[in-house]
Write a protein that binds this ligand. Structure first.
Ligand code: AMP
Ligand code: MG
Length: 367
């Protein structure tokens, strides 16, 4: 992407990327290799069950993923997590004609499984909470731009205007008792693309716990969720993605028991006549959201929330995003990068965010 972020490095910058990339990149080794390496040695050199690592790479939800767990039941946990990811992918993908989502979209009505119904209900709540920024009924507009198929085009304004009334989640009718859904307007279609990965990483954490795992991580194409601490009891170090294509990142978060999920226009986009059009749509206009943010990273114990909010805050722009955080600050923290290259970090995570760039800390208003 041509856009320059204008990030300003602190003086005395030292390249500290290597350590972290080693940590995340290390996950790319094959499962077999990992098990050989990891039924290795504890800090005192003895072989332990606690630091037995199982790790597996897979491709699902249009992205490369790595599932890693530690402990005596690590292999079982990783296998079950992988099965769950494949199951959720097959259920939720709007592009897969056999999925529940696609069938609902085709018929305009249908009975959903527990997972899809939960996500739909959660998405409707978040539509209200974010005052329309998070909009799962955006799919007809995504299609008009050609994002699902990759056959990109810039739709005519009048065509987008015709589609806008379909992108209205208040027109989704839910019968709670039977998990029965119907769309009030013909042509409506839903898309869990802004929330499904966070839900999936949350489910992986639940599976780890059911298997008795206390330390594990899942990386869904750069979106990360961790359980507990690392096997040596230190905090996990997670890189906050940068729009720059040189493999750098905005900073490093030290975390436990939470998801770190990033949304940015640079993740999927196309260029036409010198203009860049990206995949996060402002439901108010039908056009890619251009509200001054380049990327949004949300940190929360709730992966589903982190994913939905990373998309929503990106749509809102910096000022509204900050206001939203101030009203919901117990629920999540955030790292925002704006078009001027300024990084904003919310107060609750600022002590756990190390960066080589200048950072502004966002606080709650004083009463
Ligand atoms: P993310 O990478 O989590 O920000 O999700 C982006 C994806 O969410 C897009 O590729 C679409 O599938 C979908 N999407 C786009 N705009 C919105 C929106 N305003 N609300 C909810 N989902 C959206
Ligand atoms: Mg999202």
């Amino acid at each position: 992407m041509e856009k320059k972020t204008g990030l300003r490095r602190k003086s005395g910058y030292i390249i500290a990327c290597v350590l972290l990339l080693a940590m995340l990149g290390g996950c790319a080794a094959s499962k077999e290799q990992k098990n050989k390496e990891q039924i290795s040695e504890g800090s005192s050199g003895e072989r332990t069950e606690e630091n037995n690592e199982a790790s597996h790479d897979l491709f699902a939800m249009d992205t490369y993923m790595t599932v890693t767990a530690y402990g005596a039941h690590a292999d079982e946990a990783v296998e079950k997590a992988e099965n769950e990811i494949m199951r959720l992918d097959a259920l939720l993908s709007a592009r897969d004609e056999a999925s529940e989502t696609a069938k609902l979209n085709q018929a305009g009505k249908g009975i959903l499984s527990e997972d899809a119904f939960f996500l739909l209900k959660r998405s409707l709540e978040l539509y209200e909470d974010t005052e329309g920024a998070f909009d799962i009924a955006i799919y007809p507009i995504m299609q008009a731009w050609g994002f699902p198929t990759g056959e990109h085009r810039v739709p005519q304004k009048k065509d987008l205007e015709k589609l806008l009334p379909l992108a209205d989640p208040s027109q989704i009718i839910c019968d709670e008792e039977n998990r029965n859904i119907s769309f009030a307007r013909e042509g409506m279609e839903i898309d869990f693309g802004g929330i499904a990965k966070g839900y999936t990483s949350g489910r992986v954490m639940e599976i780890y716990q059911e298997c008795g795992i206390t330390s594990g991580i899942v990386n869904l194409g750069g979106n990360v969720q961790v359980l507990g601490r690392k096997p040596d009891q230190s905090l996990w170090k997670v890189a906050v993605q940068s729009p720059e294509e040189d493999g750098s990142y905005l900073g490093v978060l030290s975390i436990e028991n939470c998801a770190v999920i990033t949304s940015g226009g640079y993740e999927r986009y196309f260029e036409q006549d010198g203009t860049i059009y990206h995949h996060i749509i402002d439901p108010a206009t039908g056009y890619p959201a251009e509200n001054g943010l380049v990327s949004v990273t949300v940190v929360s114990e709730d992966g589903t929330l982190a994913d939905a909010l990373s998309t929503s805050l990106f749509v809102m722009g910096k000022d509204k995003a900050v206001e939203y955080w101030q009203a919901h600050s117990g629920e999540f923290e955030a790292v925002l990068l704006d078009e001027n290259g300024t990084i904003y970090v919310t107060d609750g995570i600022s002590d756990h965010f190390e960066s080589d760039y200048d950072v502004q800390v966002v606080c709650k208003p004083q009463n």
